[in-house]
Design a protein around this ligand. Structure first.
Ligand code: PLP
Length: 460
């Protein structure tokens, strides 16, 4: 039953405005507009404090995989909080859900990725990977292998190291500082925007691979420790690289003794219809996988770094006297791990990965019909990870001026019509719960069409 009547929306907004600094807060806009306060969720729907219902096509923040408001999740969380709400994970202590979850993840992950380090979310998983890479290379006596290579427009989180590995120009405002001497960004594999005139997809991939090889040659292979890549770039605009790109980048890593880190914070736990996309969707077995989000479907904050037997064997060398001096108070938090176990059980029991395999292609196909609209440049993505890119001119692909905030204009209309989409400058991105049906797809696509048409009217 709805609880909306109990909320004083104005008071909540005022408290929020006065005291709550939001991630990515745009100060001038927020000062005027404040935030939309969400009070309740059920399945794919969220309700604001006035009781208005929205279909959340973003799945929170790419994280709500099983849908909101699940009683069995609340019960599993409550039961674990009652049984053992906190146990230190340090040195030689563990807890039951953490041990069970580590084993379950080893079972679900590609072949040799049998080891897990628990973190508080995706950024700390990436940060842990960053630190483990240095630790591993030093343990091997490869003290010069310090450099990290990633891509422009990638997003890997917002701790100091993760944000430095990320390459979104908009996330690197000059007021912040970044690690710049040992982190390098390659071009990103956006064929629609970055291919030269007349360049085929194969030629485009050849050029990207060559850029990687040239960068390694410039730095020296003995100095490059790891390459980080999201299998499909998420916040950077849902970029699905042309066929073969990821595999060839992986092969370059293998040829040069460079670790391949797949950042699967978004792509794992069913978003692309697989537990992990690297192997099942792209045919590669990375050395490390970072994950979070769909691991608990956002019911509890939790991240996990999965890493290979090969890395483990180096870390775990007998009589080395080593200590892995890294970790968090909440690593392997029992309540978060219990939530992850129940979440995985629900994904399995309700065959939600299979639902993504069935509904995903329909979502892609229906969304693609929006390309007949005059400001839609490209609809792209795969299965339950998609986006619409707006252009001022379809022929030249010229973008609208940033201050026109085109994605936000569309998403504002969508909000009014009961659909949440995420605006990122000239994009709207979507990553709905994996429970989404074909009827839901029809609602999302028709509502988005209407929102774009209303925006076109505004622009006249
Ligand atoms: N990596 C990727 C690919 C992400 O998309 C995100 C968040 O969106 C992160 C890492 C950071 O995760 P978190 O926000 O849980 O720290």
């Amino acid at each position: 039953m709805s609880q909306q009547a109990q909320y004083d929306s104005q008071a909540i907004n005022q408290m929020d405005k006065d005291h709550h600094l939001h991630p990515w807060q745009i100060f001038d806009v927020f000062r005027e507009e404040g935030a939309l306060a969400i009070a309740r969720g059920e399945g794919c729907y969220i309700y604001d404090t006035d009781g208005k219902r929205y279909f959340d096509s973003v799945g929170g923040l790419w994280c709500n995989n099983i849908g909101l408001g699940r009683k069995e999740m609340a019960e599993a969380i409550a039961a674990q909080a009652y049984e053992m709400s906190y146990a230190s994970p340090f040195v030689d202590l563990t807890n039951v859900p953490a041990a069970k979850l580590a084993a379950k993840l080893a079972e679900l992950a590609p072949g040799p990725l049998n080891h897990v380090f628990f973190t508080c979310g995706g950024s700390t998983a990436v940060d842990t990977a960053f630190r483990m890479i240095h630790y591993y290379q030093n343990c091997r006596g490869k003290h010069e292998k310090k450099h990290i290579i990633s891509r422009m427009n990638s997003y890997h989180g917002s701790t100091y190291a993760a944000m430095s590995i990320g390459g979104k120009p908009g996330d690197h405002p000059p007021e912040f500082e970044y690690i710049s001497d040992t982190i390098h960004h390659l071009s990103y594999p956006n064929y629609y925007r970055c291919a030269a005139d007349g360049q085929s997809e194969t030629e485009f991939v050849d050029a990207l691979v060559k850029e990687f090889e040239d960068k390694i040659a410039e730095l020296g292979a003995d100095k490059v420790a790891a390459f980080f890549a999201e299998p499909i770039m998420g916040a950077g605009g849902v970029i699905v690289a042309p066929e073969g790109y990821l595999k060839r980048m992986y092969e370059v890593c293998k040829q040069n003794d460079i670790l391949f880190v797949a950042d699967e914070v978004v792509t794992a736990f069913g978003r692309l219809g697989h537990w992990f996309a690297s192997e099942s969707e792209f045919g590669i077995v990375p050395d490390m996988i970072t994950s979070a989000k769909g691991l608990t479907s956002g019911y509890q904050p939790l991240g996990a770094l999965l890493f290979s037997d090969e890395i483990w064997d180096v870390l775990n060398e007998e009589d080395s006297g080593r200590c892995f001096a890294h970790g968090f108070t909440y690593s392997g938090h029992p309540v978060a791990c219990a939530a992850a176990l129940k979440n995985i059980e629900i994904l399995e029991k309700e065959k939600l990965l299979e639902n993504v395999m069935e509904v995903g292609p329909y979502f892609e196909q229906q969304l693609k019909t929006l390309e007949d609209l005059p400001i839609v440049g490209q609809v792209r993505g795969r299965k339950f990870m998609v986006c619409v890119e707006y252009v001022a001119n379809k022929e030249t692909k010229a973008l609208f001026p940033e201050e026109q905030d085109i994605g936000k204009r569309v998403s504002n209309h969508a909000d009014e019509l009961g659909l949440i989409t995420r605006a990122i400058v000239h994009l709207n991105v979507m990553s709905p719960p994996l429970t989404m049906s074909k009827a839901d797809v029809d609602f999302v696509v028709s509502t988005l069409r209407k929102s774009i048409e209303l925006t076109i009217e505004d622009l006249k």
